[in-house]
Design a protein around this ligand. Structure first.
Ligand code: UDP
Length: 239
């Protein structure tokens, strides 16, 4: 019954901050639960879902290195932060009856699975939500790049980047009523105008793999399932 979902397999990228709710730091369980229920709704439509979650609510490599820590060490701490967020999301999804796997780019066998591409694909085929943790496993990268990398490896049709704003604007929309939201924007525009979507390495990788990025608000009334169906407000980054 009903129309089939517009996507077969997608990746949802959210920042760590998206899980901290009204707090200034860390994890806010009701906020985690809200995101989880949006994922549950999409998963219930039969869409295969990958997730990448940032770590900025706990630790960022650049913060650490600004305080004198070696950048690589600080980045590893950032990657560990993403594992904590992934475990919180897993717990919340499993509480809703959604089967999940946390898959880490850095093996930590007692906690989650190591990343093995073919195994992850198999999980998706079995309708398990795959939460990819520890970014790319390499310092000097971001979880945005990890999201584009994993989405490409998993042959996702698009990345949905959930943020606090409902798309990509020509200027910062916060406190600026004249900021104009784009319906679509090209990868090259994002790079040349330095629009705040993802960092340049992530955008370039998405462009090279022709992977569309849909930027939307996690607070959109239509929810992630509505955004997937083309309702609500969002910006599509494409060729
Ligand atoms: N990180 C890294 N390599 C990766 C992904 C992440 O070194 O492939 C580190 C980096 O220090 C980063 C931190 O993990 O600051 C948290 O990730 P990110 O800043 O992307 O989180 P978000 O801003 O999405 O919350």
């Amino acid at each position: 019954p009903g129309t089939p979902p517009a996507y077969r397999r997608v990746l949802l990228k959210i920042s760590g901050e998206a899980l901290m709710g009204p707090q200034g730091y860390g994890l806010h369980p009701p906020t985690v639960a809200r995101v989880a229920s949006q994922v549950q709704a999409v998963h219930a439509l039969g869409v295969e879902v990958c997730m990448v979650i940032g770590g900025g609510n706990i630790f960022r490599g650049l913060q650490g290195s600004a305080q004198g820590m070696e950048r690589t060490t600080a980045d590893y701490m950032g990657m560990l932060a993403t594992v904590m967020n992934a475990l919180a999301m897993q717990a919340s999804l499993e509480g809703l009856g959604v089967h999940t796997r946390v898959i880490s780019a850095i093996p930590m066998d007692q906690i989650c699975e190591p990343y093995i591409r073919r195994r992850a694909v198999r999980h998706l085929e079995k309708k398990r939500v795959c939460i990819f943790a520890a970014g790319t496993g390499n310092p000097y990268f971001t979880t945005d790049t990890a999201a584009v990398l994993r989405a490409s490896e998993m042959a996702c049709e698009a990345i949905f980047k959930g943020t606090k704003v409902d798309g990509v604007y020509d200027t910062d929309p916060v406190g600026n009523p004249n900021a104009k939201r784009y319906e679509t924007v090209t990868y090259d525009d994002v790079l040349q105008q330095n629009l705040k979507v993802m960092d340049a390495s992530a955008i370039a990788l998405a462009r090279d793999n022709r992977l569309p990025i849909i930027v939307f608000s996690l607070d959109d009334a239509d929810g992630l399932d509505g955004i997937l169906a083309g309702r609500g407000r969002f910006t599509r980054v494409q060729v």
